[in-house]
Ligand binder design. Structure first.
Ligand code: ADP
Ligand code: MG
Ligand code: MG
Length: 889
């Protein structure tokens, strides 16, 4: 018989898929003897069964739930709905992956007009009892009956005002009874029924609601954003209540075993005295830092600190813990691996290795390469002039500049238009996620380090400042006031989530540096990894950055960027417009020393590491003015100055632009097709490279130039271009009398090249897979058109799993890469292979490159550390699999 319900002591931490993350951890904590209020978990399979039976709870699930309830009642010595000694429970959702704020918890279930009286007597605390009941009505009505909380909040506020109170603690038992009366009327008005009084009915309605919430809009959006499959389902936890709102010796809080922002090994969190449930994270009252608990309740604090230590040792991971203190006794309500910033992830991994909790390989696997982006970004220049408007809590590090917006929808709209915006709001809710995604940073005036905004922003790696109470935000007037300054919608501000500072205007930022722990982790990564990491760099400065970040070579140096320089472009245009060979040579001879200088700088920066230089790739019209603009100018001149010399020149230029105009530039006269028709261009470039090599040879600096011919589709193209480069080398070596090594290879970026790689390898010393163009040519997508027009819809509708320009399409494009490597190596076993598309800096693509045996990946300089880590992880993952395979064989 299928088991759909598990009492906490029947499960364990490995049953996440069945019990959900929360349920599995509650079971595990029960097993190791921590103070967890008793309860049971209805499985994710029950959720799927619920949907299969057309959104109704199957009889078997119902029966098992009632049995578990009976066991719970027995254990607690209380009964659900018993007026004398009522059992109250919470109903909590929990899926396999934690989805913060996505699904709603109901507390105090079992409260009704009778049990509230019983509870009041039993606890000798009527105020507490009525407060709990009204909380229950409010939560239940919102989550299950779908009545907007607003109506209840408004009624409560009116009552409070009427009584002349400032805050809830002033409310008496009688006041709460009055509120309950009003709440019930609200319910009746909205549902035309009385608030359900039967606790079993309440329970099953709540279970239904949790199952339904698996498919509410915000859960669906969150899953899509985080690539969580829809079929997993959510579990439901039913747990006996403990009460943090029983007076000043009670409270509730959340804490991390280490600082989730910096990684420092100190308990880090917040709590509220005399409060229940989500009061802490909701950001309604500003909570106390956990350190204060040590002073206020030393005994409880010690219990808590010991428990945290135990949990961390047990899970061997930093934990995020939710707890409640009921009359001086500690209860643990949840634990999970804590979300953290990249900086904290690194520090925690390295320190846990040093503390002997985990080994180096585990430490390397603990840090998500994607997260490192945050650290490799720019931050505020310390020496910059800045006007600090206010300081809030540094909730998620990183700096950002943008225009102020107050509305998530608008943030989304402007963000999608490519504008930089900062979302400002008193606090955020799960309904704001789409706007948070599109913003550079989030700024709130309420809530602590564990508020919704803070948790979500850290997860997204976005800068966030919370609880900046100095901001008086006026959502209707679309502005905020701070001190004597008014910041309006659209004004530019800069925020620094590492310090909590909010600044007026745009503030200059500087490049990141790697922390000591980060460098340590990368040293370990280099020890493990079996695949090289190079950088794509087009100038000496980027080359130096790459070297600093640990690149062991340049995998792609694009020479066209060297032509785009303001001083050079007129000469490049002269070359293109040349009427004859000698005019063209004149221009090329002017360009040669400029390119040579660039190459010398790059070689020097790389200190003997290989540098792959790609000869000119884009079509020549990219260097000429825009056709339409030119046409407008010519027409104007024809009318205004028909006799002018300028008109003659422009007409000539327009003629050339028209000649070079292409129907489909991506597939037009570019890559080696340029070198085939204008060999003198490639010859000049090859010579510039070799002269630079000769100069460095003279200085005694080793160089390893690798000359790369782009867009080869047929071996004959490469054969001809190779000869041209070899001739250039011979002529430079003869002329300078210097010897230097070099190799010649090609970029594999056309399917035909991959499929005939065995032939092409005859002429190549290396292959570099240009996966940007290879993706375009394999899919037959022009990237610019695809990303702007249909790709987004394809991904949303799951036609494609990912954007293939960001994440390598392993099944299609990857198959061509793999074929290319196999065929190429069959001809030439020593063939060097690498990848230089944007995929070279993406973790799953790097994993693929490792598996098919590439020698290196190459990515943008800032992604080099990320790639080093991802390369180490690929090695560890697959090597340990191989070892396992050996031991089980
Ligand atoms: P979330 O997934 O949003 O964190 P939880 O199910 O963890 O939701 O519930 C939120 C909070 O409600 C908990 O942190 C805890 O403070 C409170 N809570 C849940 N169950 C109980 C319970 N049985 N007794 C007391 N408080 C509870
Ligand atoms: Mg919740
Ligand atoms: Mg929780």
């Amino acid at each position: 018989m299928d088991k759909f319900v598990y009492l906490f002591h029947e499960g364990n931490g490995n049953m996440r898929e069945l019990l959900g993350g929360k349920g599995a951890n509650l079971a595990e904590m029960t097993k190791i003897g921590l103070p967890v209020p008793f309860g049971f978990t209805i499985t994710t399979q029950a959720c799927n069964a619920y949907y299969e039976s057309g959104k109704s709870i199957p009889a078997l699930v119902e029966k098992q739930t009632l049995d578990a309830l009976a066991a719970l009642e027995e254990k607690m010595g209380k009964k659900l709905g018993d007026p004398k000694n009522p059992l109250l429970v919470s109903v909590r959702s929990g899926s396999v992956f934690s989805m913060p704020g996505m699904m709603d918890t109901i507390l105090n279930l079992g409260m009704n007009d009778e049990t509230v009286v019983g509870m009041a007597k039993l606890t000798n605390n009527p105020r507490f009892s009525y407060d709990s009941y009204r909380r229950f009505i409010q939560m239940f009505s919102n989550v299950v009956l779908e009545i907007d909380t607003y109506f209840f909040e408004q009624f409560l506020e009116e009552t409070r005002e009427q009584k002349g109170y400032y805050a809830d603690p002033e409310m008496t038992a009688e006041d709460w009874q009055e509120v309950i009366g009003g709440y019930k009327e609200i319910v009746k008005k909205h549902t035309r029924k009385d608030f359900p009084q039967d606790p079993k009915e309440q329970l099953f309605l709540a279970i239904n609601a949790v199952f339904n919430s698996w498919n509410n809009q915000r859960a669906i959006v969150y899953r899509r954003l985080n690539k969580i499959p829809d079929h997993l389902g959510t579990a439901v936890n039913v747990q006996s209540m403990v009460f943090g709102n029983m007076g000043d010796d009670s409270g509730t809080g959340v804490a991390f075993t280490r600082n989730p922002s910096t990684g420092e090994k100190v308990l880090y969190g917040e709590y509220l005295i005399n409060a229940q449930g989500e009061d802490v994270v909701a950001g309604i009252r500003t909570p106390q830092p956990i350190a204060t608990l040590q002073k206020e309740m030393p005994g409880v604090f010690q219990q808590f600190a010991d428990t945290c230590h135990r949990l961390e040792q047990h899970y061997k991971e930093m934990q995020d813990i939710e707890f409640t203190v009921e009359r001086g006794k500690l209860f643990i309500l949840q634990t999970r691996n804590g979300k953290r910033t990249a900086q904290a992830a690194i520090r925690i991994a390295v320190e846990m290795e040093k503390e002997g909790i985990i080994d180096k390989k585990s430490a390397l696997l603990r840090v998500d390469p994607d997260q490192l982006n945050q650290l490799l970004h720019r931050r505020i220049d310390d020496s910059a002039q800045k006007t600090i408007l206010a300081k809030g809590l540094p909730a998620s590090p990183g700096a950002a500049t943008g225009q102020v917006v107050f509305d998530a929808d608008e943030a989304e709209q402007l963000g999608n238009e490519g504008k930089k915006v900062i979302l400002v709001s008193p606090e955020t809710t799960p309904d704001d996620i789409h706007g948070m995604v599109a913003s550079q940073a989030i700024l709130t005036s309420r809530g602590g380090m564990t508020s919704h905004a803070a948790v979500v922003a850290r997860g997204m790696g976005k800068a966030c400042i919370c609880g900046c109470e100095a901001l008086k935000i006026d959502m209707k007037g679309k502005q905020f006031v701070v001190g004597d300054k008014v910041i309006r919608h659209g004004d530019i501000i800069t925020v620094d989530g590492s310090t909590g500072e909010i600044m007026l205007g745009e503030i200059p930022m500087i490049d990141p540096e790697l922390s000591e722990e980060f460098q340590q982790l990368l040293v370990w990564a280099d020890e493990e990894r079996k695949i090289g990491v190079r950088a794509n760099a087009d100038n000496p400065e980027d080359a130096r950055k790459s070297f600093e970040f640990g690149a062991c070579g340049i995998g792609l140096c694009r020479t066209e960027h060297m032509f785009m320089d303001l001083k050079r472009i007129p000469i490049v245009q002269k070359m293109i417009l040349a009427e004859n060979y000698s005019e063209r040579m004149e221009a090329l001879e002017q360009l040669l020393p400029m390119q040579q200088g660039d190459f010398e700088g790059i070689f020097e920066a790389m200190q003997g590491f290989p540098v792959t230089i790609r000869l000119l790739d884009p079509p020549l019209h990219e260097f000429l003015p825009d056709k339409e603009e030119l046409l407008v100018e010519v027409t104007k001149l024809q009318i205004l100055e028909p006799q002018s010399k300028e008109l003659k020149q422009k007409e000539l230029l327009l003629k050339k632009v028209r000649q070079l105009d292409e129907f489909n530039p991506m597939l037009g006269h570019r890559g080696c097709r340029l070198g085939m028709i204008y060999p003198e261009i490639y010859e000049m470039q090859a010579k510039a490279i070799f002269y630079a090599a000769a100069v460095l040879a003279e200085k005694g600096i080793a160089v390893q130039p690798e000359i790369m011919i782009p867009l080869v589709g047929h071996v004959n193209e490469l054969k001809q271009m190779r000869q041209l480069v070899v001739d250039a080398a011979v002529s430079v070596q003869e002329e300078t009398g210097k010897q230097f090594d070099y190799t010649i290879g090609t970029m594999i970026e056309i399917p035909r090249a991959a499929l005939t790689a065995d032939e092409i390898a005859e002429e190549a010393d290396f292959f570099s897979f240009g996966t940007n163009d290879l993706t375009q040519t394999t899919f037959g997508y022009s990237r610019d058109d695809a990303e702007g027009k249909f790709l987004q819809a394809y991904i949303e509708n799951k036609v494609l799993p990912d954007n293939p320009f960001a994440v390598l399409d392993q099944d299609g494009v990857g198959k061509l890469v793999e074929t290319g490597v196999k065929l190429g190596r069959a001809t030439k076993p020593s063939l060097k292979t690498g990848i230089c598309g944007e995929h070279g800096g993406e973790k799953s693509s790097i994993d693929f490159c490792y598996r098919i045996g590439l020698d290196y990946v190459s990515c943008s300089p800032y992604r080099v550390p990320l790639a080093r880590l991802a390369a180490a992880q690929a090695t560890i993952r697959h090597e340990s699999k191989n070892e396992q395979a050996v031991t089980t064989a």
